[in-house]
Design a protein around this ligand. Structure first.
Ligand code: NAG
Ligand code: NAG
Ligand code: NAG
Ligand code: NAG
Ligand code: NAG
Ligand code: NAG
Ligand code: NAG
Length: 214
């Protein structure tokens, strides 16, 4: 019963605010704001490859969660005094993309421009969709937004998904969940003259492919 509750917070933080104050970034990653004694604020440091410097974007942990500087995640299992508390392990459902505190790829984002922050609060996952800073892409390996990451489509949920690399909108991916919990990925072409609509997730003639969008 407990782990079955899923809270979905479709809070699209379109842009975290750019800041130089909170953390002086010297490496890529998420770092606690040393000035925040409430342990809620953290900074995502992103490497700008063109000039080999870092830019910091400030975030606030959702609701009652706090930023644990060791795991670099928002969690309710953290005591702000510096001692980490060990709460019970998490039981989750397959209907959620979240299985533990931390960050996962956004299954609806085929261009890796957004990701989901998972925080277990009272037995339910609070899922917050965060957008990577412009020009950076969510790398599931590092869980960071990176300039150099090449977004390749991989199934993280069942269903049909647009192939964002295909500017003609004629191909899409079908993700099928197997009994072992893994996904099988197929690529399909829409029948001639039709295109794949990411809205209806169907091949249709009524969708206009945004070619050369800016
Ligand atoms: C960051 O660096 C600037 C300039 O060196 C300094 O004034 C500021 O106090 C530093 N901030 C933090 C949080 O260390
Ligand atoms: C934490 O971030 C919030 C949101 O920007 C800000 O209002 C607050 O002053 C920050 N707290 C500290 C201690 O910097
Ligand atoms: C590096 O480039 C970014 C993006 O163009 C810019 O915002 C930043 O100020 C630059 N940093 C330095 C140290 O020049
Ligand atoms: C912080 O530490 C003090 C003293 O050790 C304790 O009384 C207090 O409950 C702690 N606060 C938190 C949020 O754990
Ligand atoms: C949590 O408990 C496990 C097993 O009891 C232990 O190995 C781990 O170090 C603990 N983690 C923290 C942060 O205390
Ligand atoms: C969590 O999962 C474990 C192992 O699957 C199970 O033994 C336990 O009863 C579950 N706990 C809850 C609260 O569902
Ligand atoms: C992701 O991690 C795997 C295993 O550690 C590694 O083989 C792979 O090269 C990594 N991919 C990227 C894009 O970093």
């Amino acid at each position: 019963m407990y782990g079955k509750l899923i809270i979905k917070a479709f809070i699209i933080l379109s842009a975290a605010w750019l800041a130089y104050g909170a953390v002086n970034c010297t490496a890529a990653g998420r770092f606690a704001d040393p000035a925040d004694s409430t342990c809620k604020n953290y900074t995502l440091c992103v490497l700008v490859t063109s000039n080999n410097s870092y830019i910091g974007y400030n975030y606030v942990c959702p609701t009652t969660s706090l930023f644990n500087p060791i795991t670099a995640q928002c969690t309710t299992a953290y005591s702000c005094n510096g001692t980490s508390t060990n709460t019970t392990s998490t039981n989750t459902t397959s209907s959620s993309v979240c299985t533990t505190d931390g960050f996962v790829a956004d299954p609806t984002s085929t261009d890796c421009s957004s990701y989901i922050q998972c925080v277990l609060i009272n037995g339910a996952f609070l899922e917050t969709t965060l957008t990577c800073p412009t020009g950076t892409f969510y790398n599931p390996n590092t869980t960071l937004c990176e300039v150099n990451y090449v977004c390749a489509f991989t199934c993280t949920a069942a269903g049909r998904f647009a192939n964002s690399a295909d500017t003609t909108c004629q191909t899409y991916y079908l993700c099928v969940l197997t009994t072992t919990g893994t996904y099988i990925q197929y690529q399909y072409n829409c029948p001639t003259i039709s295109v794949f609509s990411p809205v209806t997730r169907m091949c249709t003639t009524s969708y206009t492919c945004p070619t050369a969008s800016g």
